[in-house]
Each structure stands twice: as C-alpha cells, then as structure tokens.
Ligand binder design. Structure first.
Ligand code: TYM
Length: 332
C-alpha cells in the first residue's frame, strides 16, 4: 500500500523562529518516515508583504538549508520552492471560484491584519487561504502538520474540498490538520499573551534558529514571567512561565510534572538559565549545519530543482482531473 501524504510549508517572510521549529518542523521530522512528505518554502505566500528582493532570495535559500539542517532528508522528502511549481497558482485560481467571500471574511488572520490597519492591504492577503488550500489539495494530502494559528486555514481547505467533491464527485482527499499536543502556540518571550512570530516588531520576543548562544541566553534571561515564584503549568495565571515550560519540554522531552519537580524552590533565575541552555544545545547543530550548507549553493540547487520536478509530476494528475471535471477542453 502506498504511503499517506503530507504537505506543509513555511513562508520566508522573516528568519525562522523557535515557534515555527516547535510548532511545525519538529513534527515534520517525526512524520517523515511514515508518510510521503512535501515540505515547501512557500515563497508565493511571502509576497503578500513587501520584501526587498535580495532579502527574500537570501531568506528563501536559508530556509531551505534550515529544513535540511533541522533533519529533513532531501531524498526521502520532496523539498522545493512553491514558485517553481506553477500548478499551485493554477489550482489556486480554480479554487478561488469555489471559495465564498463570507468564508474568507471570517479568517482571523485576515481580520487581524485589517484591524491593525496595515498600509498594504492587498488582495493577496485576502485570497491567501485559497492558495494554501491549493497547496494542500494539489497533492491529495492526508495530513497537514501545522501550529494552532493555521488550523482555521486547514479547516477552510477541507470545506472547499468537500464543496468541490459534492459538485463534481470524489476529486480531492479531505485533509486533516495535525496540531502538536505540546508547543502548538509558542508565545513571545516579551509578551507571553501573543505568539512568537518571525515578523514581530520586537526581536527580543523571538528566538531565531540562527541566534548566537549569547543572544539566546540574553533573551531568556529577560523573558517576562510573574510574581508567583513557582514553576507550574498554568497558562491563564502564569503565561510566561507556562511558555518557558513548553519550550523546555520540547527541547528536553521532559513532562511538565518532571519540570515542576526539577525546579521546585529553585527560583525563576535558575529555571530561565536552564531553558536557555537547553535551547542553545538544541539549536547549535542546526545553526552550524545551516551555515555549512549555505556554502555550497550548487548542492542546494540540486535539491530544489529535483524537488520541484518531483512535486510537479505528483501535481499533474490532480490538475488534469480537476480541469476535466470543471469542463476545460483537454490539452490532448
Ligand atoms: P507560517 O509561515 O506563519 O508558519 C509556519 C508554521 O509554523 C507554525 N508556527 C508556530 N507554531 C507554534 N508556535 C508559534 N509561535 C508559531 N509560529 C509559527 C505555523 O502554525 C505554521 O505551521 N500559511 C502558512 C504557510 C502555508 C502552509 C501551506 C502551511 C502555506 N501553505 C500549506 C501548511 C500547508 C503560514 O503562514 O505559516
């Protein structure tokens, strides 16, 4: 029996954070044996914000190197740039005609951007979840490993697929989101009520995969906590400490009970240093391997060319089926 399929991606709009590692990449690694996986650098999603072209190119390549440095096997998985596989854009247009304005209006990420009053409220921001649905459905994906913030988009993808199937008959596999039990929403270190984000205005709130050990230690030492003075998992009353416990648990594999026992009566200072040290050790090999990989651009090019070719081949039968179903004249 052929393996079930996974699609997931990260947009290269900023340096990768510990949040995207714990919420997404770490699980991609755990799932790569069991599933046939496509792990994409979704650069088309990245242009909904304005980027310096040279920076976008550098970040995209760096993100590819980081995927591999984190432990994704480029032979076993299909790793590529979204913009190299034109079927994403083709299917996205088609699915846009099966997505309702009311559905897109309800997307919380879109609503937040409108509320913030961003200067560049372009149509891409609005139709972004449709492109994401195309990414997933193009490969008949069974599972989509993402952090909590992307759950609503995966649910919309399911709704679009169900609608399409109900009009034209079984065409798309209905995907399931895969949200980790621990670490689905890593919070900012300086503002533990909000998520850690690549595009945060305050870089002290985010730990980046390429941060130096020194910088990681400083960020954790300054992390916002509370006055309770106990290391206990209580996201309501102690959001900062609970976030640090989540990070420590992901980095060491220890349970929350084990962590509470380990730091019983030890004070927040000791705990923060231990969390920082665990993250430094977690990220050290990733940073070093990324730097090494970036020295050999031709190896990276081989990976993304090969990835795009394999992804394109896999996408073709679905696109052919979809265009037939909706009534386009076959290319022959
Ligand atoms: P993006 O680029 O914002 O984030 C990439 C992945 O990292 C997860 N993540 C987090 N998880 C836990 N805590 C955090 N602080 C944190 N920050 C980020 C996100 O949930 C996500 O899984 N639209 C998507 C990219 C995308 C995609 C797709 C994902 C495009 N097409 C198809 C899956 C399938 C996005 O903007 O993710």
């Amino acid at each position: 029996m052929s393996k079930k399929r996974i699609f997931s991606g990260i947009k290269p709009t900023g340096e990768l954070t510990l949040g995207s590692y714990i919420g997404a990449i770490k699980n991609w690694i755990d799932l790569q044996q069991e599933y046939q996986c496509l792990y994409c650098i979704v650069d088309m999603h990245a242009i909904t914000i304005r980027n310096d072209p040279a920076v976008l190119r550098r970040r995209s390549l760096e993100q590819l190197a980081q995927y591999i440095a984190c432990g994704l096997d480029p032979e076993q998985n299909i790793i590529y740039f979204q913009s190299h596989v034109p079927q994403h854009a083709e299917l996205s247009w088609i699915l846009g005609c099966y997505s309702m304005l009311g559905e897109l209006n309800r997307m919380t990420q879109f609503k937040d951007k409108v509320k913030k009053g961003s200067e560049n409220l372009n149509a891409g921001i609005y139709t972004y979840p449709v492109l994401m649905a195309a990414d997933i459905l193009l490969f008949q994906s069974d599972l989509v490993p993402v952090g909590e913030d992307q759950k609503q988009h995966v649910e919309l993808c399911r709704d679009i697929a169900i609608r399409f199937n109900s009009i034209y008959g079984e065409t798309f596999t209905i995907p399931e989101p895969f949200i980790p039990k621990v670490g689905a929403r890593i919070k900012s270190l300086t503002d533990p009520l909000n998520k850690m984000s690549k595009s945060d205005d305050d870089p002290q709130g985010s730990v980046f995969l390429m941060d130096s050990p020194d910088s990681i230690m400083k960020k954790f030492k300054r992390a916002v906590t509370d006055m309770e003075n106990r290391v206990a998992f209580d996201p309501e009353k102690q959001p900062g400490i609970s976030n640090l416990m989540t990070i420590y648990s992901s980095a060491t594999g220890k349970s929350f009970d084990e962590i509470s026992a380990e730091f019983d009566g030890k004070g927040y200072g000791t705990f923060k240093v231990a969390v920082a040290e665990s993250v430094i050790e977690l990220l050290r090999p990733i940073r070093e391997k990324t730097e090494k990989l970036l020295e050999d651009k031709s190896y990276l090019a081989e990976i993304y060319r090969n990835g795009a070719r394999r992804a394109s081949e896999l996408a073709e039968p679905t696109l052919k089926l979809v265009t037939e179903r909706i009534g386009f004249v076959p290319k022959g």
